[in-house]
Design a protein around this ligand. Structure first.
Ligand code: DGY
Length: 324
């Protein structure tokens, strides 16, 4: 018997083909986020829910779909899922770590370069047809080579970003909750949270979003930073107090930002649209066809394993699994 799977949104073709082969598949084929009612109607009676980071899977939704054996998230972050509620129902929750590390680190470095060298602003100038040619003092940006990159959190993506930065002759410092071995640090230097804020020319956020990291960066933290510093966020929007960031950018308390994630996606603080010193991207960190395909395959591996009574490769609440 193939497991019955509800998928909340279309995934890359090879993932869809595999799901069609290996599962009894129902999916939301509308090109938009499925509503809560649609997810409940689709997932009720299914063995597996294959959901996205834009789907809120909470206690109420799980209670409305009592047959679910697994919730497989298409994404490494899983703050969209009430894991405690799944754990209480003994439902494994899975995610897709590892395969999006390089793509997300690339995106963080792309935003860093774009913000430093004012790429979006320059693109807007050229498109406006108001560019009057090269001149010596036009759109002078920040030097990347020789600058200090500060990392808030030092997990897989932060370490991949550190490698990229080191190839650009940057000095890398990091703050991490748990100790980091010299091998993992690979030339980056650990520092206190406040020292990372004070010393960074570029500050990039790489912690998971939890109640503890909500608004980790706000007015008080921006006040510690250099007025020339730029903030990069490819993690989760609510780690930064977006209103405080707008204030810091408007008053030039900091020099700029490169943002791939926002506090209330797809809504943004309206002032961000008018600020020249911020580069805005629509949550593209893992958005390459190769990466999204690998994420889909991992999500499918996870759900098929649970449905076949095996341990899923990536379970975020392993306490619900039978002991090995
Ligand atoms: C994730 O996997 O958490 C990413 O934000 C999706 O791109």
């Amino acid at each position: 018997m193939k497991p019955k799977v509800y998928l909340t949104r279309l995934l890359p073709p090879t993932v869809m083909e595999r799901l069609a082969r290996e599962a009894d598949l129902v999916w939301n084929d509308a090109d938009r986020v499925a509503t809560r009612a649609e997810i409940i109607a689709g997932a009720r009676g299914c063995d597996a829910l294959l959901c996205n980071i834009t789907d809120c899977v909470d206690a109420g939704l799980l209670a409305a779909c009592p047959g679910l054996k697994v919730v497989a998230n298409f994404g490494v972050g899983f703050n969209n899922i009430e894991v405690a509620a799944a754990t209480a129902r003994k439902i494994p929750v899975t995610n897709t770590p590892g395969v999006l590390t390089a793509a997300t680190a690339d995106m963080a470095f792309a935003l860093l370069l774009a913000a430093a060298r004012r790429v979006s602003e320059g693109d807007r100038l050229v498109r406006s047809r108001r560019w009057d040619g090269w001149h010596p003092m036009q759109m002078l940006g920040a030097d990347v080579s020789g600058a200090t990159l500060g990392l808030i959190g030092f997990g897989r993506i932060a370490r991949a970003l550190a490698q990229r930065a080191q190839a650009f002759d940057m000095r890398v410092i990091y703050w991490n909750r748990s100790p980091v071995s010299a091998a993992e640090a690979a030339g980056a230097t650990g520092a206190s949270f406040a020292d990372v804020l004070r010393q960074s020319d570029f500050l990039s956020v790489h912690v998971a979003y939890t109640p503890e990291t909500h608004h980790l960066l706000g007015d008080a933290q921006f006040a510690l930073m250099k007025p020339t510093a730029l903030v990069i966020n490819t993690a989760r929007g609510p780690i930064i107090d977006e209103k405080a960031l707008v204030r810091a950018l408007q008053t030039r308390r900091i020099a700029g930002a490169g943002l791939d994630v926002f506090e209330r996606e797809p809504q943004l603080e309206p002032e961000l649209f008018g600020l020249e010193n911020v580069v805005l991207a629509p949550h593209l960190g893992s958005a390459t066809i190769g990466t999204r395909t690998k994420m889909g395959m991992i999500a499918v591996d996870n759900l098929l394993a649970v449905c076949a009574g095996r341990r899923p490769p990536n379970c975020v609440n392993p306490e619900v699994l039978p002991p090995v």
